[in-house]
Design a protein around this ligand. Structure first.
Ligand code: SF4
Length: 367
């Protein structure tokens, strides 16, 4: 082995030791983390990793606890009704994750007898598991040497090496460097979590705490005082906006109309208020007719941000005496506001409902 390779391995070994030592003293308690002396539960690791995609630890914790209480094993989750899973997921967003979660649980039970596979390749072939998640599950649940590069790891590595190439172009370089740092690590699962935890709690996007960092001696940006400049990012294009109408239709008993979204798309299989197609052409969106006559706009609208676009829906309201609904509204039903929690209503719809109920209360108070 050449001297350069030797010194690279020695440096990686030192970095691993320092990070693991720091992690042992500083790791946060999380409901899905194994207690000291206990083996990780692959079901908990998988569930938490799926929930944490695009979502924060603080937001995920109560959902995780609800899920494992209701479905304590992957077999129980596989046997659950998809509607019940979607209802428990409501509010976490990115509902394709919940549908994939349910499908994946069924695959694990059908093809693996309810025991999670432990290799990155087998995990990668399951529904809803991409390269990052497969590496995270393999290493955290099974101590496999696999480097999971999330946003936290990207930020730490970008700063360690003061990488000037902007993201996302720098991703391949970051992955290679992260693999070098993690090469031949013992305690692979702890190292994966420690790497991410360092980014989440010390090497934070704003005001990184370099003075508390176990890797300060190895960090170019930290030593130069330029951490805040990294990672470099390619400027984002302006977020596009889509427009549409949403309908709050009530009956004399105070119930409101929802229906189940059919077809492929963001809200597939979820209950929602009736809505028109969302389009970039605002004028065309406002010309689309309501499913009932007599619905009016009182100037209320709701805005929501998705990953790649914003949506603005103008709210139309009305009271119906007869309970006939147009055939276009599949799976329609009238529900009481207090029973909303039984349905997988997405956050955008909950926002619209809250606005409408607030407006109705004001109207009633005004007589
Ligand atoms: Fe991040 Fe500072 Fe540590 Fe470098 S020294 S990895 S910039 S916290």
């Amino acid at each position: 082995m050449s001297r350069a390779k030797n010194s690279g391995a020695a440096r990686a070994g030192e970095m691993q030791d320092r990070l693991l030592c720091w992690f042992d003293c500083n790791k946060r308690a999380m409901p899905w983390r194994a207690r000291a002396g206990h083996a990780p539960n692959p079901y908990h690791v998988w569930l938490s990793e799926i929930m944490l995609q695009q979502t924060t630890v603080a937001a995920v914790a109560p959902y995780f606890e609800k899920f494992v209480k209701k479905w304590p094993t992957v077999k129980k989750l596989a046997a659950a009704d998809l509607d019940a899973v979607l209802a428990q997921w409501a509010g976490l967003g990115y509902y394709a994750r919940a549908r994939n979660l349910h499908a994946c649980a069924q695959t694990i039970v059908r093809d693996y007898g309810g025991a999670f596979p432990c290799t990155v390749d087998e995990l990668r072939a399951l529904q809803g598991i991409g390269p990052y998640t497969a590496a995270a599950i393999a290493s955290i649940a099974f101590d496999v040497q696999a480097v999971a590069v999330d946003g936290n790891v990207e930020r730490v590595v970008s700063r360690l090496y003061a990488i000037e190439t902007p993201l996302p172009r720098s991703k391949p370089d970051i992955k290679i460097r992260a693999e070098e740092i993690a090469s031949d690590v013992t305690r692979a699962g702890d190292f994966t979590q420690a790497f991410m935890e360092l980014g989440a709690t010390v090497c934070t996007p704003k005001n990184p705490k370099c003075g508390l960092c176990p890797w300060q001696a190895y960090c170019k940006a930290g030593q130069a005082g330029t951490a805040a400049r990294f990672p470099r990012k390619t400027p984002k294009a302006a977020r596009p906006v889509r427009y549409g109408k949403v309908f709050w239709i009530t009956d004399a008993q105070g119930r409101f109309l929802v229906h189940k979204r059919s077809g492929k798309g963001l809200y597939e299989g979820l209950y929602q208020l009736p809505t028109t197609q969302w389009t970039h052409d605002k004028d065309a969106a406002m010309r689309v007719k309501a499913p009932f006559s007599g619905l009016v706009s009182k100037g209320l609208s709701v805005r929501h941000t998705f990953t790649h676009f914003d949506v603005v829906l103008e709210i139309y309201t009305g009271v119906k005496k007869a309970h006939r609904v147009p055939v276009s509204l599949t799976g329609a039903r009238w529900i009481y506001p207090e029973n909303m929690g039984d349905y997988g209503l997405p956050s955008l719809m909950k926002k619209a409902i809250k606005l409408c109920m607030g407006a109705r209360r004001l109207e009633q108070a005004a007589g």
